[in-house]
Design a protein around this ligand. Structure first.
Ligand SMILES: Cc1cc2nc3c(=O)[nH]c(=O)nc-3n(C[C@H](O)[C@H](O)[C@H](O)COP(=O)(O)OP(=O)(O)OC[C@H]3O[C@@H](n4cnc5c(N)ncnc54)[C@H](O)[C@@H]3O)c2cc1C
Length: 802
């Protein structure tokens, strides 16, 4: 062990070994991995080693596909067998909705280029897995590249390949303390102290403690998990192939062959956390006592699905722990305020995801940004609110129990809620508000006619469809009132504020009393934000964006900060309402004697609104005449009462974000996580039209200019009209032209004003011309679609400028 390394990876499980391998592979040779005991001594040694294609987040599914390809590569490089069994895999659907969902998932795979899957009938599924009963199965999906590996062999293969590339592995050496010092970290270990620029928390079951060593409270908790390995099953002895890795979603089990028996793993309905503050330091190769009583229901389903289990004994029980984040995805990336501290933890499927995690993190550390859009596993997708122990227990427990339970796109899950509530929450609930959640904050979805209204979970249009239609009509024809507490607000001030904004935003800055749309780019020209900048004219500026990106944006601002600028996140202290619709000016005029009628489109200023002093911007995401009115949290209830009272005579009613999503689609206004992501360039998304090419340097300028000079991107975003009658596109559905895949849907929904099913899609340029006939898979069914001109509602923008 040396006294200095460029990077130190803490933890010799599959994730740490993969990070080490990728660092060495991408060029950092002066790196080491420190392991408390021996490699695999956490969750990794007792894992079932299975890998499969499915993930609810297509970006993570793509990284899983990368991992699967990598496994044979590291075997070759290291000379260490990974014990690869590429058996192929089956995912089974046991209800009509699940079968439709699986057909949609199959199409999503096509969108992201995973083409080795096919749908199978119950009979085919039975032929592929002859020891399985097909009772109750409606269909399945087959994937060629699914199977299992030897877990210990795989960790040693990653580590061996890393060592061949110059990295070091130091075992039997616990990291005791971490100290942030000038230029990096001091890593105090049992065998001495190391100075390093970068430290990686890949401590698996101990990630919580290794976070705390740096003053970080990670939203992660371990849960117990059972599998059993059966004695020999005679039917398997007679087969000349291995049965596939099979996931029975409605049965809560996964199954793979293990020699001539099977391994049956269970996602436990009655889940059990284990050592939520982190595993004991002495813990290593022990397991927990099995508890068949607690998992009796799932076991019964498993024994019915694989009837041979009823005739043979259980050879081995495994009940071990592994870690989960609240949404089940890994926690990867840098932590705000802790330069050189990187996370690679909370990985609940390390053999499936470890390769992608290692690759992305190594790119991030070496090049400053990962290649893929990894927001779904970025540690900054959570904020301080997620440090609460009860929140972590509730949400990780919910994820675990529902791991194989179908979640509908319109379904609201209860764990960890309500957590943050804008002050008018109770009054809005009384008015029928149905709530969704964004980053712990309750946000209004729509206002139901009665408090007893229950929305039916569905993949198609729900019974809330007519309610949302009415809200859209209100906005288009009179005026809608929307609680906009669920936007982020950053206050920028200081002598260098303007210069800093000019550097981090790609757009021209607004003049005093104006607001402006501002794309924010990374140095490689990809999107970092679709923000709105306000110039209040008194030396303070606001940046407004998506509430759930608060920590992610704050980390970016911090990383690109100037010394004479202050950026404050005021999102919870400042809340507000928007008025949208032709009557909105009449409402606001009644409440102020200020020159509100003179406020131009995209103008902003401070006005008396009733008894309150508010900041007002004239803009509307719905594409109508509209005002966004901001007040302090203490004034939220009063502002709502004031606006409701003034709006009554103009037909005003409260509306929610479901209506806004439909209204913005009719204007072809993109939104983050759909049309805009960190995976796309400004040119692809059309946001380049807001770039100020003449203002001098800004972050991402060279890359954006290069794209422009090269004739623009290969794919762009278009608006589609879809011929669909009971369901709408939601995102990642493939788009076809003459049988060839030409792109995918970024978002979709029903345009209630134009009376059409609409979608926005990223398509090849030669499929982007207005009038091009295409098809789109909607809930698994191929439907005709056509490229239409952007903004099917009010294309000239008269309504919002009026
Ligand atoms: C029963 C069961 C079945 C599973 N089946 C599968 C499956 O089929 N497929 C799949 O992909 N995943 C499966 N998993 C999950 C898988 O085991 C984990 O995702 C994976 O092992 C996580 O790896 P890791 O490297 O993050 O953590 P770990 O394996 O826990 O490794 C962390 C390492 O860090 C070391 N460490 C911690 N603190 C320190 C310190 N202070 N100093 C030095 N070293 C330290 C530990 O000793 C440990 O070796 C299963 C898990 C269980 C429990």
């Amino acid at each position: 062990m040396k006294s200095h390394y460029r990077a130190v990876v803490i933890g010799g499980g599959v994730v740490g070994a993969s990070v080490l391998y990728h660092l060495a592979k991408f060029g950092w040779k002066d790196v080491c991995l420190i392991e408390r005991k021996v490699l695999t001594a956490g969750s990794s040694w007792h894992a079932a080693g299975g890998f499969h294609a499915l993930n609810a987040d297509p970006n993570i599914a793509a990284l899983q596909a990368y991992t699967i390809d990598l496994l044979s590569e590291i075997e070759q490089e290291s000379g260490q067998s990974v014990g690869m069994h590429m058996t192929g895999g089956l995912t089974l659907a046991g209800t009509p909705d699940r079968w439709e969902w699986l057909q949609s998932a199959y199409r999503t795979f096509q969108s992201i280029g995973i083409d080795d899957c096919r749908l199978v009938t119950p009979q085919e599924a039975g032929e592929l897995c002859p020891i399985m009963s097909t009772d109750g199965i409606l269909g399945g999906m087959w994937a060629d590249r699914e199977g299992y590996v030897d877990t210990t062999g795989t960790v040693h293969a990653y580590a061996g390949a890393a060592k061949k590339r110059g990295a070091e592995v130091i075992e039997n050496n616990r990291v005791l303390e971490l100290h942030q010092v000038d230029g990096g970290w001091q890593v105090v270990t049992e065998k001495g102290t190391i100075h390093t620029e970068h430290v990686v928390n890949a401590a698996g079951l101990w990630a919580k403690q290794v976070g705390r060593m740096a003053g970080i409270e990670l939203p992660v908790a371990p849960l117990n998990h059972h599998y059993l390995i059966s004695d020999t099953i005679p039917a398997l002895e007679n087969l000349d192939f291995e049965v596939p890795m099979t996931v029975d979603l409605e049965g809560f089990t996964y199954m793979r062959q293990d020699q001539k028996g099977i391994l049956l793993g269970i996602y436990e309905i009655d889940h059990e956390h284990w050592m939520v503050d982190g595993a004991p330091w002495e813990y290593g190769f022990e397991l927990q006592q099995e508890d068949p009583d607690r998992i009796e229901r799932e076991l019964t389903l498993g024994f019915e699905r694989y009837p041979d289990l009823q005739n043979v004994g259980v050879k081995t029980w495994v009940n071990g722990a592994f870690t989960f984040a609240p949404d089940g995805n890994p926690l990867v990336g840098p932590v705000r305020g802790k330069p050189g501290y990187w996370c690679a933890c909370g990985v609940m499927a390390g053999f499936l995801q470890g390769g992608g995690v290692g690759k992305s993190l190594a790119e991030w550390m070496i090049h400053g940004e990962p290649e893929a859009d990894v927001f779904g596993m970025d540690v900054a997708r959570f904020g301080d609110y997620a440090q609460n122990k009860r929140f972590i227990k509730e949400t990780t427990g919910q994820f675990y129990t529902r791991r194989f339970v179908m979640t509908y796109p319109n379904e609201q899950l209860p764990a960890g809620r309500p957590l943050k509530k804008a002050p008018a929450y109770d009054a809005m609930t009384d008015a029928g508000c149905q709530w969704g959640v964004s980053w712990g904050l309750e946000v209004p979805l729509y206002f139901a006619p009665s408090k007893d209204f229950v929305e039916t979970p569905t993949l198609k249009r729900s019974n809330a469809f007519p309610i949302v239609a009415e809200e859209c009509k209100t906005v288009r024809e009179s005026v809608g009132l929307l609680d906009i507490s669920g936007f982020s607000r950053f206050e920028v001030s200081g002598a260098g504020a303007e210069a800093w904004l000019n550097r981090v935003m790609a757009s021209k800055l607004p003049s005093a009393g104006r607001a402006r749309l501002a794309p924010m780019l990374s140095p490689d020209g990809r999107m970092k934000g679709d923000l709105t900048v306000f110039n209040w004219g008194d030396g303070t500026w606001w940046i407004m964006g998506s509430y759930y990106l608060r920590e992610w944006h704050m980390r970016w601002f911090n990383d690109h900060m100037d010394s004479d600028v202050s950026v404050r996140d005021i999102s919870d202290a400042t809340v507000g309402f928007s008025l949208s619709g032709p009557n909105s000016r009449k409402v606001i005029e009644k409440l102020t004697d200020g020159p509100i009628a003179d406020l131009p489109f995209m103008g902003c200023g401070t006005f008396d609104i009733g008894m309150l002093r508010c900041k007002v911007g004239r803009l509307s995401v719905a594409g109508e005449l509209g005002y966004e009115i901001h007040c302090s949290a203490a004034e939220h209830i009063t502002l709502r009462d004031t606006l409701l009272a003034a709006g009554a005579e103009f037909g005003m009613r409260e509306t929610g974000f479901n209506a806004l999503l439909s209204l913005r689609l009719e204007k072809s206004f993109g939104i983050w996580s759909a049309e805009f992501t960190q995976g796309y360039t400004a040119g692809q998304t059309g946001m380049d039209r807001w770039i100020d090419w003449n203002k001098g340097d800004f972050i991402g300028r060279d890359a954006a200019m290069k794209e422009r000079n090269a004739g623009g991107p290969a794919q762009i975003i278009v608006t589609l009209e879809v011929d669909s009658f009971d369901a709408d596109a939601s995102g990642y559905e493939p788009v076809w032209k003459d049988g060839k895949r030409v792109g995918f849907v970024t978002s979709g929904g029903y345009g209630h004003t134009v009376g059409k099913s609409l979608a926005m899609a990223m398509v090849d340029r030669d499929a982007a011309a207005e009038g091009t006939d295409l098809t789109v898979h909607i809930v698994g069914q191929e439907r005709p679609a056509k490229v239409i001109a952007p903004s099917p509602y009010d294309p000239s923008g008269q309504a919002m400028r009026g």
